[in-house]
Design a protein around this ligand. Structure first.
Ligand SMILES: Nc1nc2c(c(=O)[nH]1)N[C@H]1C(S)=C(S)[C@@H](COP(=O)(O)O)O[C@H]1N2
Ligand SMILES: [Mo]
Length: 496
C-alpha cells in the first residue's frame, strides 16, 4: 500500500473533486425534481416515461401544465430542495465549471507526470483478471494486487472507466441538453438518441456515480480506511490519528459548504442568483451566445401532444377577444423606436408569407416537445419600427396575470420577459401566430407568442400584447430581466 505514492496535486484534486461532485449530484436531483419523469422519446409524451420519481397523478379532464407536475424534495437529497429549480440550476452550472476546470488540470497533470500508467489498462488479460477479482470479492476475500502496481485489476478498470469514460459521458450528455447546442447542432442530440434520451442517460450517469461512490467507500473500508486516508491526505502513513483527524476535518468542511450553500439559497436567493449568475452568464455568453438555431425537424417528428407550461389569461377581455378570433387585439411595439406601431393579427399576416420552423422546444424543467411554428420573423417587425440608438433589449408584456391565472405559482403580477436585441436578429427568432399548420391555440399562447430557439422555454412569452424596446431593464419588475427571473430566480440568458 505504501507504493500508492500520490503526488500532492492528485491529493488536492481528489478532495476538490469530492466537493464539486457532491454539489453536482445534489443540484442535479433538484433539477430532476422539477420534472421527475424520464423518457426515451423527444416529445416527453405524458404516460410514456420509463422512470418516475413522483406519486402525483394529473387530471384527465382539466387543463394542467407542467408546473403542476413539479415535486418538492428535501434539502437532504437536493440542493437547495423545496422546489427551487432556479437555485439548483445556479449550483449545477457553477459546479460544472469548477468540475471541468478540475478535470482538465487533472488530465493534464496525469499525463504530464506519467501517473496515467496507474489507470490505463495495457493488456487484455486485465479483463479476465478483473473477473477473477470480482469472484474473489464475492467470496469475501481480497484479491491480489497487480504485480508492481498499487491496485488490483478490477480497481484499475473501475478507475479507468470513471475517469476516462463516465466523467466525459456526463459532460457530453449534459451538453446535449443545452438548447443552444441543440439548436445549432441538431445532429449532436440525435447522436444520443434525442434530447430525452440524453437526459435519461445523464440521469443514469448520476446513478452510476452514486454506485461508484458507494463501492469506493466500501472498498476503502475493506482495504483499510485509516491508511488509505493518510495516503490520500499526507501522501504517507506516519501518524494515523492525524490522518483520521484531518480527514474528518476535510469532510466536515465539505459538509459545511453544502449546508452554507443550502441555507443561503433558501434565505437569500437573490444574492445567490446575482453572484453565481454573473459567472455562469459570462461563460454562456462566450461559449453559447454565438450559436444560431438551424433546426428543421421532419414533419413526422412533430409531437402529437405538445406539452404546456403556463395557464392562459382568464380575464373577461381576453375571453371576449378569443371568441372573436382576436380581431380587436393589437400588438403594440413602442419604446426606443423611431415609429411606434400597432399591428392587428391581419397586419402581421400581411407582412409576408408565414415563416415556418419545425423545432425542438426545451423547457427549463427538462421536458421537450417538437412543434411547427409559423409567423413573422421578429426582425421584420423591428425593421418597420426602427430601434433608436441606445436600444438594447426587448421587453415582451403578456396578458397573463400570474396571480390570477396561475395561483399556484410562486409570485404574482403580469408575466413579462426581456431578451437582448441581438437575439431578435437570429433567423429563427419568430413571432408565432400559427402552430402545427393552424392558428395558434389558446393554451400555446394565442394570438401571438415568441419563439427563440437557442434559449430555454420560459423566455418565449405567450399571450403577448406589447413589445417595449428599452436601453435598460433594471426598473422593470424586480429588475432581473423577466417574471421568472424576478420570482423564481432563473438567469436572464438561458442558452443552457
Ligand atoms: N405568458 C407566459 N408565457 C410563457 C409561460 C408562462 O407561464 N406564461 N411559460 C413559459 C415556459 S416555462 C415554457 S416551457 C413555454 C411553454 O410553451 P408551450 O406551452 O407552448 O409548450 O412557454 C413559456 N411562455
Ligand atoms: Mo419552461
Amino acid at each position: 500500500m505504501q507504493q500508492l505514492n500520490f503526488p500532492v496535486w492528485l491529493r488536492v484534486e481528489h478532495w476538490v473533486n469530492v466537493l464539486f461532485l457532491t454539489l453536482l449530484l445534489r443540484s442535479g436531483v433538484e433539477i430532476l425534481a422539477t420534472h421527475p419523469k424520464l423518457y426515451w422519446r423527444n416529445d416527453s409524451h405524458p404516460g410514456t416515461e420509463w422512470a418516475r420519481f413522483t406519486r402525483k397523478t394529473m387530471p384527465a379532464s382539466r387543463l394542467y401544465d407542467t408546473l403542476d407536475e413539479e415535486e418538492s424534495y428535501s434539502s437532504l437529497v437536493s440542493l437547495p430542495g423545496h422546489k427551487q429549480l432556479g437555485m439548483g440550476r445556479h449550483w449545477h452550472f457553477i459546479s460544472v465549471i469548477g468540475w471541468i476546470l478540475t478535470g482538465i488540470t487533472y488530465y493534464a497533470l496525469l499525463f504530464a507526470t506519467g501517473q496515467w500508467h496507474r489507470y490505463i489498462p495495457y493488456d487484455w488479460s486485465l479483463f479476465s483478471t478483473a473477473w477473477q477479482d470480482v469472484l474473489t470479492y464475492l467470496s469475501f476475500e481480497l484479491p491480489p494486487l497487480l504485480p508492481g502496481q498499487p491496485l488490483d485489476a478490477v480497481q484499475k478498470l473501475a478507475y479507468a472507466v470513471v475517469i476516462f469514460l463516465l466523467a466525459p459521458f456526463l459532460i457530453f450528455t449534459g451538453a446535449a441538453q443545452s438548447p443552444a447546442i441543440e439548436a445549432r447542432f441538431p445532429w449532436y442530440v440525435r447522436l444520443w438518441g434525442g434530447r430525452q434520451a440524453a437526459r435519461s442517460l445523464h440521469s443514469l450517469g448520476l446513478l452510476a456515480f452514486l454506485a461508484f461512490i458507494a463501492v469506493h467507500l466500501i472498498m476503502i473500508g475493506w482495504w483499510g480506511w485509516p491508511e488509505l486516508n493518510a495516503l490520500m491526505i499526507f501522501g504517507h502513513v506516519q501518524d494515523l490519528n492525524w490522518a483520521i483527524g484531518a480527514s474528518l476535518a476535510i469532510l466536515a468542511g465539505i459538509a459545511l459548504l453544502h449546508v452554507a450553500a443550502t441555507v443561503v439559497s433558501l434565505r437569500r436567493p437573490r444574492t445567490v442568483q446575482r453572484a453565481l449568475g454573473a459567472v455562469v452568464t459570462a461563460a454562456r455568453r462566450v461559449l453559447l451566445r454565438p450559436l444560431e438555431s438551424r433546426q428543421h425537424y421532419p414533419r413526422r417528428a412533430v409531437s402529437v401532444e405538445h406539452r404546456v407550461n403556463g395557464k392562459p389569461p382568464c380575464s373577461l377581455r381576453y375571453k371576449a377577444m378569443a371568441v372573436h378570433g382576436f380581431v380587436d387585439w393589437r400588438l403594440h411595439v413602442g419604446g426606443l423606436v423611431e415609429r411606434p406601431m400597432a399591428f392587428s393579427l391581419q397586419d402581421l399576416r400581411e407582412l409576408g408569407r408565414p415563416s415556418t420552423q419545425r423545432v425542438l422546444h426545451n423547457c427549463v424543467q427538462g421536458w421537450s416537445s417538437v412543434g411547427e411554428w409559423g409567423g413573422v420573423p421578429l426582425r421584420t417587425v423591428l425593421d418597420l419600427v426602427g430601434p433608436l440608438p441606445g436600444a438594447r433589449f426587448l421587453c415582451f408584456m403578456t396578458m397573463q396575470d400570474t396571480g390570477r391565472d396561475e395561483p399556484s405559482a410562486e409570485g404574482a403580477g403580469r408575466f413579462y420577459e426581456v431578451i437582448d436585441l441581438s437575439l431578435a436578429q437570429h433567423p429563427q427568432c419568430l413571432l408565432a401566430y400559427d402552430m402545427n399548420g393552424g392558428p395558434l391555440p389558446i393554451k400555446y399562447g394565442a394570438p401571438l407568442r415568441l419563439r427563440l430557439e437557442t434559449q430555454v422555454g420560459f423566455k418565449m412569452a405567450k399571450w403577448i400584447e406589447s413589445i417595449e424596446v428599452v436601453s435598460d431593464y433594471s426598473a422593470i419588475g424586480e429588475g432581473m430581466g423577466g417574471w421568472r427571473e424576478d420570482n423564481v430566480f432563473y438567469d436572464k440568458d438561458v442558452e443552457v
